[in-house]
Design a binder for this molecule. Structure first.
Ligand code: CP3
Length: 341
């Protein structure tokens, strides 16, 4: 049914003619076509909550950049909202939660969301996208890891330290576990619903993994990701991306998640040794895309060589930065596509 299933085969550890490639945060930000759609609207949330428009910007990078996958245009913060905490996306600043989680009563008040009822607009966006893609490339669904969602729910906005969220793990570990449990149950149902609506693969983003000490990571993050992976892996391939948490590879090496995402601080050779048989995804430094086209090509080829010896999905080590020249993104994609390592 899929005309290009390279990503799915690589994610299953099967042989591929060449390395598949896509970019985290490819939908939005860098494309003038995206900014044109966005400029007509009241804000980010209107785009996320209008399935036809979300589908349009999901497909834009497939047309403009020739990537091997589409990732649904949405945000990890739709989950806290579905559980009862509304977010605002403040122009040029980022997410903001008017109400945050401070007490046991706050956790009590949160609901385990019903995907059809509270996240139906994402499921509709997946259905529309799936139909409009006509099987050109696989469609990636996603959610935030429970720890990263907790971090925003407690902190209320982005932060360098997320010290309110980390304080909770020391002062009220039982409450933290209750909150993580509710987020996990919601996330499993949400990702299962995404698969039913057309997602061919799911990725769990643990963007704030790297700020936890390893022992806390095992206790408050990895074990919840493991539950999500166990629930989803029988349905579709699962990718886990724990930004900054190089020491978490040992948690993922034996997990049902077949693909491990690497940021640019990690050594692909080292992760291959620690997690034999896994598919690895990543990990070009997003800043490498500020070079000349020749430099982008050389950096991409050097990155590809580092991943030799096992299945690889080429990507950046984190989301593409908003001011990245689209031309250089194309050089990155074309270099991967021409590579026969
Ligand atoms: O990957 C894609 O192209 C699909 C769309 C997508 C968005 N957010 C759209 C978005 C995805 C996968 C996300 C995930 C996300 N959101 C993460 C995990 C990945 C990562 O980057 O670490 C996180 C931590 C968030 C939370 C979030 N959303 C922040 C901190 C911000 C503000 C800063 C920023 O990244 O731009 C957002 C806003 C956001 N989400 C934008 C987009 C396109 C920009 C806002 C706009 O266009 O108006």
């Amino acid at each position: 049914m899929l005309q290009n299933d390279l990503l799915l085969r690589a994610a299953q550890g099967l042989p591929t003619e060449r390395t598949p490639v896509w970019l985290m945060r490819q939908a939005g930000r860098i494309l003038p076509e995206y900014r044109a759609v966005r400029a007509r609207l009241s804000g980010f949330k209107e785009l996320v909550e209008t399935p036809e428009l979300a589908a349009e910007v999901t497909i834009q990078p497939v047309d403009a950049l020739d990537v091997d996958a589409a990732i649904i245009f949405s945000d990890i913060l739709v989950v806290p909202e579905a559980m009862g905490l509304t977010y605002e996306m403040v122009e040029a600043r980022g997410p903001f939660f008017p109400e945050t989680i401070k007490s046991a009563a706050d956790v009590q008040k949160l609901r385990v969301a019903d995907p059809a009822e509270h996240l139906g607009y994402v499921l509709d966006a997946l259905r529309v996208t799936k139909r409009e893609l006509h099987g050109r490339v696989p469609l990636i669904g996603f959610a935030g890891a429970p720890w990263t969602i907790l971090a925003y729910m407690v902190e209320g906005h982005g932060s360098k330290t997320f010290s309110k969220a980390r304080r909770l793990l020391y002062q009220e570990p039982t409450l933290a576990h209750q909150l993580l449990e509710k987020i996990t149950v919601t996330t499993i149902a949400y990702l299962q619903a995404q698969v039913e609506a057309g997602a061919d693969l799911v990725q769990v983003f643990d963007s704030w993994a790297g700020i936890l000490p390893p022992a806390h990571y095992h206790e408050f993050s990895a074990r919840y990701i493991a539950r999500i992976s166990e629930a989803l892996a029988p349905l579709v391939p699962v990718t886990v991306f724990a930004k900054g948490a190089w020491w978490a590879v040992e948690d993922f090496a034996h997990s049902p998640a077949r693909t491990i995402g690497l940021d640019w601080n990690q050594s692909p050779r080292e992760v291959r040794r620690q997690a034999p048989g896994k598919t690895l995804q990543g990990n070009l430094d997003p800043c490498a895309l500020y070079g000349t086209p020749e430099q982008v090509k050389a950096a991409t080829e050097a990155m590809l060589r580092e991943f030799a010896g096992g299945p690889h999905i080429a990507n950046l080590g984190h989301g593409v930065y908003p001011d990245t020249p689209a031309e250089n993104v194309k050089v990155f994609v074309q270099t991967v596509k021409a590579w026969r390592g």
